[in-house]
Design a protein around this ligand. Structure first.
Ligand code: SF4
Length: 225
């Protein structure tokens, strides 16, 4: 980066550079908080395109609703989410999430997610099948909490440039970003979307396109990372 910039400036400078390159991405992975949360659970270990097939099927049947899905049998629920892969396991995760949402919060996800961020994270992490990345995706995109979502793209890009260790604990990387960015959901939302775009378009596991990448400004990467 430019002379005089410190490690603390990196996330903000990355955000600015990518805003200049991509323009505003307005990324929002779903049309309602419930759809976003369901998508966050289903997208584990599969591509978003497969999740979209499952979501389209659920929507077409008029079942994109916590109470409607909760009323289904386990077999019916599993069949609905089959396109997202490992569907019996994921049906168990969705069932646990729905039992929490309907049983403890009357199916009202915005109300369920309202309150202290750390407490809500712990509440979600206590549900079987919701790990840290999924919990933070739900908190940020469905609940509007100011959290940074760490994914494989984040690890790859920022480890290649030496800012984080690729295998560092999730919360270490999350707080590295959060300590250096405003606690503004719209900024954290946009930066995550930008990082996903860089990861897909440029920073691929093999043959990364460094020559044309907007993050060349970060300096020489170590592509062995
Ligand atoms: S410059 Fe290369 S290593 Fe750095 S983010 Fe872009 S593609 Fe990845």
């Amino acid at each position: 980066m430019s002379p005089g910039r410190t490690d603390r400036d990196i996330p903000g400078a990355v955000h600015a550079a990518l805003l200049s390159h991509f323009g505003p991405l307005h990324w929002w992975p779903g049309e309602s908080p419930f759809e976003i949360a369901l998508g966050a659970i289903l997208t584990q270990n599969t591509s978003w395109s497969r999740v979209e097939i499952a979501m389209d099927g659920i929507r077409e049947k008029g079942l994109l609703d916590a109470h409607a899905l909760h009323a289904l049998s386990d077999d019916e629920l599993a069949e609905l989410i089959r396109p997202s892969g490992t569907f019996r396991i994921k049906a168990g995760y969705v069932r646990t999430f729905l039992s929490w949402l309907v049983g403890s919060h009357e199916g009202d996800l915005p109300a369920a997610l309202a309150g202290d961020t750390a407490k809500k994270r712990e509440e979600l992490l206590a549900l079987r099948g919701i790990g840290r990345e999924t919990a933070d995706s739900i908190l940020l995109y469905a609940g509007g909490h100011p959290v940074f979502v760490v994914d494989a793209y984040t690890r790859r890009i920022f480890s290649r440039h030496g800012f984080v260790a690729r295998g560092a604990p999730y919360d270490h990387i999350r707080t590295w970003f959060e300590d250096r960015l405003p606690a503004a959901p719209e900024v954290l939302n946009e930066l995550h979307a930008q990082i996903v775009s860089v990861g897909k378009d440029f920073c691929r596991p093999r043959n990364p396109r460094c020559e044309t990448c907007p993050l060349r400004v970060l300096g020489e990467p170590d592509l062995r990372r």
